[in-house]
Design a protein around this ligand. Structure first.
Ligand code: BTN
Length: 262
């Protein structure tokens, strides 16, 4: 349910980016779902939705993503990347990298990346990324990439957050301004996303992801719908899949949960 929307209150820094049209909601079902609907109606690339609270926030692997009002940055961006199907994951990669840039810019911390696109501080989850493709006529016409980033530890955190999460204020000791970190994120995203227009830029963003991905080289437990196994992560492929050495062979993981063991 959309309870309020305020359009176009862009900060001047966003004027030079494609992300100047920021729609703000006090409460919404899901910023991702709203932008998917906008994309289907032909909304242009760069539209941004940000909410104080989501009533039906979506997480990876069909999960829900719960929040406490005002405690997190809940934002989605509408992208229309000219990427082949096997490179589409780079749309979420650049959002995760830009979120890490914004954490450094606004809080002075450098989160690690955990496959596929979580941000970690002190091995705990600071943020998650969810990409949803908008398919029309058998083609991906748009990708909506959403980010949930914990800014403040609430009095009554949602169970997932309580179990393995962290918020920026726990690390830095003060509350980062939501609007400022949103602006920093979108400013950082502009050149990273623009780089995806050519092969060299794609390779550069993928390379940076690999260098910063804490999952590479880790002994991990992979938890999939129907199976769990352990192994050592030896690579992330050009398609964004994980290659895990299980002793007898290399296994390719396209979707699932990863637990870092050491
Ligand atoms: C994950 O499971 O780790 C991904 C969580 C992504 C949550 C964000 S919050 C803003 C956007 N809207 C949604 O419904 N989900 C994403």
């Amino acid at each position: 349910m959309v309870s309020a929307v305020e359009a176009g209150r862009a900060r001047p820094e966003l004027g030079a980016t494609r992300f100047a049209d920021v729609r703000r909601f006090a409460s919404i079902g899901s910023t991702n779902a709203w932008l998917v609907g906008q994309a289907r109606q032909g909304a242009p690339e760069g539209l941004v939705a940000v909410a104080d609270h989501q009533e039906a926030g979506r997480g990876r692997l069909g999960r829900t993503w719960s929040d406490r009002p005002g405690a997190a940055l809940l934002v989605s961006v509408l992208l229309r990347p000219a990427l082949s199907a096997e490179r589409l994951h780079l749309a979420s990669v650049v959002v995760a990298l830009a979120a890490a840039d914004a954490c450094l810019d606004q809080a002075g911390v450098v989160p690690q990346l955990k496959w596929p696109n979580d941000l970690l501080l002190d091995s705990r989850k600071l943020a998650g990324v969810l990409a949803e493709g908008v398919v029309e006529g058998g083609q991906v016409r748009a990708v909506v990439v959403g980010l949930g980033l914990n800014l403040r530890w609430p009095e009554d955190p949602p169970p997932d957050m309580a179990a393995g999460g962290i918020s920026l204020d726990q690390r830095v000791g003060w509350e980062v301004d939501r609007d400022r970190i949103l602006t920093a994120l979108l400013v950082a995203l502009e050149p990273r996303y623009a780089a995806l227009a050519d092969e060299a830029g794609q390779a550069a963003q993928a390379g940076e992801y690999r260098r910063r991905c804490a999952t590479l080289g880790q002994v991990v437990r992979i938890e999939m719908m129907d199976e769990t196994f352990t192994g050592t992560v030896v690579d992330v492929t050009a398609e964004g899949h994980l290659l895990v050495d299980v002793g007898t062979c290399l296994r390719r993981v396209t979707a699932g949960d990863v637990v870092h063991l050491r």
